[in-house]
Design a protein around this ligand. Structure first.
Ligand code: SF4
Ligand code: SF4
Length: 343
């Protein structure tokens, strides 16, 4: 693995150069009222790389699995596959969101491969940034997602006046070599500062799972009929916000929409969520998760158990977005495990 360093002013200069070149979309984290969002950049000055509260929507989901996407156009008896993948650079992706992209890769890049996702992922260049100011509702240290060593092209670590850049891909190597005048090879001291920054950040988390993550799938095995699910269900609005903001909630619905002439139309996919009542409704109106408690439980099992057994990776990356967005105050995986553990 190769490391270089870049002065902060130089890095922002480089971002402005990328924006001016207009070769691809340059997207980064910007402040919006009291929140942060990933947005197209017009100037590097908009970039916030020391953000603590996770962005409203996760970057992987926003750009690799758009909320609504056309998959196919059809006219008379012929159809045309639609794939709108275009080169894009994301700047400022935190390690937990990089872990979430690994979950998405496990889902969409295993057979049968999702062509739209694969093409978008191929066209994406990711510049991550270490998460050094964790939000009070994040619990990445418990899940092990507070740091990451692969799954990005470049990863910035803020060590004061400069960033240390970890390079993890051929694309990343080429990028650094192309803009070599902006960076210097990192020194042994730089790497000490890097380790120190990440280790210090790990100690800053205020929220923690009461059990080790390896214990969670087994722990949940006999909690399926626990009365807690019914208790929580009394407060749940079934609004689906916990799904919407979650970086690893990747379920979608597919609909064919025909024009009135019935000769042409489109096939679209759109985000869906297991907390919504109609999610598990099948033909003839039967709903196999018709009760709120069944849906609440499913979300937690999917995050902390099912994804582990199916893909060998945790479906919760500890970002805390569900906690930040649930108006009923019941979506926290940590609080749910704490309550189940007390009993
Ligand atoms: S847990 Fe919260 S965010 Fe999720 S569906 Fe229920 S009320 Fe909405
Ligand atoms: S379940 Fe909540 S904390 Fe876990 S990844 Fe999803 S939004 Fe983040």
């Amino acid at each position: 693995m190769r490391f270089v360093s870049v002065n902060k002013e130089k890095f922002f200069e480089l971002v402005n150069l990328l924006i001016k070149q207009k070769k691809e979309r340059i997207v980064g984290v910007v402040k919006k009222d009291d929140d942060y969002i990933f947005n197209d950049l017009e100037n590097a000055v908009e970039l916030c790389l020391d953000y603590g509260k996770p962005t409203l929507l996760p970057p992987g989901k926003k750009y690799l699995l758009p909320r609504k996407e056309t998959l196919l156009k059809f006219q008379n008896a012929s159809s045309e596959i639609v794939n709108e993948a275009k080169p894009i650079t994301l700047i400022g992706v935190h390690p937990y969101d990089l872990w979430a992209i690994k979950v998405m890769n496990a889902v969409f890049l295993s057979e049968p491969i999702d062509r739209n996702y694969a093409e978008k992922r191929k066209n994406m260049f990711i510049i991550g940034v270490d998460y050094l100011n964790p939000h009070p509702n994040s619990f990445c240290a418990s899940i092990g997602t507070y740091e990451i060593h692969d799954g990005f092209d470049l990863l910035l670590t803020d060590i004061g006046k400069k960033y240390i850049i970890t390079i993890d891909s051929e694309k990343g190597e080429k990028f650094i070599d192309k803009y070599i005048e902006f960076t210097k090879e990192a020194t042994a001291i730089d790497l000490l500062f890097l380790d120190n920054a990440v280790n210090k950040a790990k100690e800053k988390y205020k929220l923690a799972m009461p059990l080790k993550k390896e214990e969670l799938p087994k722990f949940l095995e006999d909690k399926y009929d626990n009365p807690l699910w019914t208790e929580l269900a009394k407060k749940c609005f079934s609004c689906g916000k916990c799904n919407l903001v979650c970086p690893t909630c990747v379920c979608f619905n597919i609909e064919d929409k025909a024009e009135l002439n019935l000769q042409e139309g489109v096939r679209e996919r759109e985000w869906h969520g297991c907390a919504l009542k109609e999610f598990a409704e099948v033909a003839m109106g039967h709903n196999f998760r018709g009760k709120i408690e069944q849906r609440l439980r499913h979300r937690i099992y999917r995050k902390l158990s099912y994804t582990v057994s199916r893909y060998g990776i945790y479906g919760c990356v500890g970002c805390g977005r569900c906690i930040n967005s649930c108006k009923a105050g019941i979506a926290s995986p940590v609080e749910i495990i704490k309550k189940l553990n007390k009993e």
